[in-house]
Design a protein around this ligand. Structure first.
Ligand SMILES: *Cc1c(COP(=O)(O)O)cnc(C)c1O
Length: 234
């Protein structure tokens, strides 16, 4: 199933890129493997997947302890401060930085292991209460500038989750907001802010049209998640 899903998805992404006048190699596919186990990850890996996304620090660590840096790990979930060390130890990129305190802690712990932690800032781009991320312009500005000062953090771009809706207009607005934000910072001289992590199973085509450079896709690759299952413990 995973093999067929990947084949279909890659073709679909490529088609969307061509239609949007974009190069497929500019859009990185991250397989969101949360709630799936090592077998599924290995199947995807053996079919050319290199990037995997996890949203819980302990689940990520359990998988990292087995697979290590054979794959590139992306931390995409809400990160509590007491779990930061797990993410810093294993994640290639942390997509979900949403406060000064969190950036401070990431910088501090990355420094301890001589790592420059690549991060994205998670931005709230819709009115949905459940979506976490920074919203206020001044907070985004402060955080971008703090990240620039921190020597053990490298800020690569922005991440967002579109609203949960069937309304394609609202989804597009959300992605467009993120792209505009990037363009504004590029114009201000922050040329290293290049990445836009946006687009999931139900909205990746719109995300590609709006400039996504990283797609975080789970169900379209691995199938429906069963949250009642405990996957891996530390
Ligand atoms: C689970 C998750 C995804 C993937 O969702 P699918 O709809 O299964 O593709 C992407 N991003 C985040 C932040 C997630 O938590």
């Amino acid at each position: 199933m995973i093999v067929e899903n990947l084949k279909y998805l890659r073709e679909s992404i490529e088609r969307s890129c061509v239609e949007a006048n974009r190069k497929p190699e500019d859009v990185k596919l991250i397989a969101v493997s949360k709630n799936f186990g090592l077998d599924e990850i290995n199947t995807a890996f053996n079919n050319g997947m290199k990037n995997f996304g996890e949203n819980r620090a302990q689940e990520l660590t359990a998988k990292y302890n087995v697979l290590g840096n054979k794959v590139a790990w992306h931390f995409i979930g809400n990160l509590q401060r007491n779990k930061v060390r797990f993410a810093v130890q294993s994640a290639d990129i942390i997509h979900s930085v949403n406060s000064l305190q969190l950036a401070y802690e990431i910088n501090r712990l990355a420094g301890k292991i001589n790592k420059v932690q690549k991060v994205l800032l998670q931005i709230k781009t819709s009115d949905e209460e459940t979506k976490s991320g920074i919203e206020k312009e001044s907070e985004i500005y402060d955080l971008v500038n703090y990240c620039k000062e921190y020597s053990n953090i490298e800020l690569l771009g922005f991440m967002t989750i579109a609203p949960f809706t069937d309304d394609a207009v609202l989804i597009r607005d959300s992605f467009r907001f993120l792209r505009d934000l990037k363009d504004q910072y590029n114009a201000k001289g922050f040329e290293n802010i290049k990445e836009l992590s946006m687009g999931m199973t139900d909205d990746y085509k719109i995300a590609i049209e709006e400039g996504a450079t990283m797609l975080r896709i789970g169900s379209a690759i691995f199938g429906k998640r069963d949250y009642s299952k405990e996957i891996m413990r530390l």
